[in-house]
Design a protein around this ligand. Sequence first.
Ligand code: ATP
Ligand code: MG
Length: 468
Amino acid sequence: MLPLTHSAPSTTEPSLLVVPRPEHSVSRTSISPNALKVLYRLHEAGFQAFLVGGAVRDLLLGKTPKDFDIATDAHPDDVDALFRNSRLIGRRFRLAHVRFGREVIEVATFRGKATDNESDQAALLDGDGRILRDNVYGQIDEDVWRRDFTANALYYNIADFSIWDYVGGIRDIRARQLRLIGDTEQRLREDPVRMLRAIRFAAKLGFTIDPAVADIMPELAPLLANVPAARLFDEFVKLFQGGAALASFDALEKSGLFAVLFPDTAAMLDSDSDGHFRRFVTAALVNTDQRIASGQSVTPMFLLGVFLWEPSRQLAAKLAAADGLSPAQALSAAAAQTVLRQTQRIAIPRRFSAPMREMYALQPRFARREGRRAASFLEHRRFRAAYDFYLLRAEAGDTDAESAIAEFWTGVQTMPAAQRRREFGTPDGERSSQGRRRRRRPRRRPPSNHGLRCNAPIGVKAGSFRPK
Ligand code: ATP
Ligand code: MG
């Protein structure tokens, strides 16, 4: 472990450019009223208060910020004392979150220069130079060197609405350039996630990554493997659910970062001789961007499912052959193993991995287009996701997903009920023999009478106790 040293090159003295309100385009009407409340309250209490980071950058670009972050010289405890609705969070960086309903305003105390004292517990680096802890407070002219890109290091001062620029951020925003502050390699070693952030901002904002950063990324990419998997999950979501998934993916692949984040997927993309897996991944990324552009919901489980599909499918084929599992069972078991391997890099919460497995296990069910069981598939809670997934597979030319089958399932969803019953071969009053047998089978009583359901007349709720 090494003590954290100041990142700014010692020769660089901060030279401050203050841009007065009439000379910039950041207007209070575009700032969240809650962020303004926090800024004013801090200011009135005698503290410095600045809107910082992505919000200032986005407002200068005429875009709507995703969130509003504030920097202040108030200590986290002072901030906590000023706001009833605040909470202190973070071990690595101690911050106050001020909550207004669903909106959270993040208030960070200026970070300062750490001492070179090995016993200093406030700041710590690991053997690769990665920051493990950074809790030294300071002044704004120290805080600025802790930020990642010049475009993210602008401070909007609530005292007079001016913008403070220590690092040429305004110039770089105009030039649409992402430049790291300080020594490139050192800053990327301190926090390898900055490589992902560079790619995300470049893709989202259409900026160019400074060649000094882009050129060194392939060499430093393996450092991402040391970043906690939970943090990489958060970054994965931001990269792929920010509206520029395809551009992010392309840049991640070119820089060698994708192979560190998704080793199994990258290996399959490399050995994808007929190109269908790449077409599938590309189609899913395009689809994700389109959904976000049109305000539709997206879930991380879908793209994770797409990335892990080929590794899982190949493993499923082996499991089916060796253990005699059904296609659905094999896919589900293979997905569990693939997810387990993947979580060594990116932690996948169970609330996403569980539906992903279900979505996989439902894929073979599309082939069956007749009878009650096929008809009831439409009512399955994962039908929609499984169908979207199958559709993309068919589009990409996956040999196990036929276009004719995809068209059938597209058609039946919008048909009038009677026509739909004809399509499935389940006309009114007729039941499949399997259905009839099931109805007649006497149900066993559950061990204890937890609900009134088992008192219902036999047949009324037929099938409702069947495990899903
Ligand atoms: P967006 O919110 O649009 O994703 P952002 O730039 O606001 O982009 P945040 O993650 O909200 O990004 O962080 C706010 C600010 O904190 C950044 O603009 C940057 O100044 C600083 N920051 C965030 N993460 C890092 C990091 N890993 N290293 C250095 N500075 C960072
Ligand atoms: Mg932000």
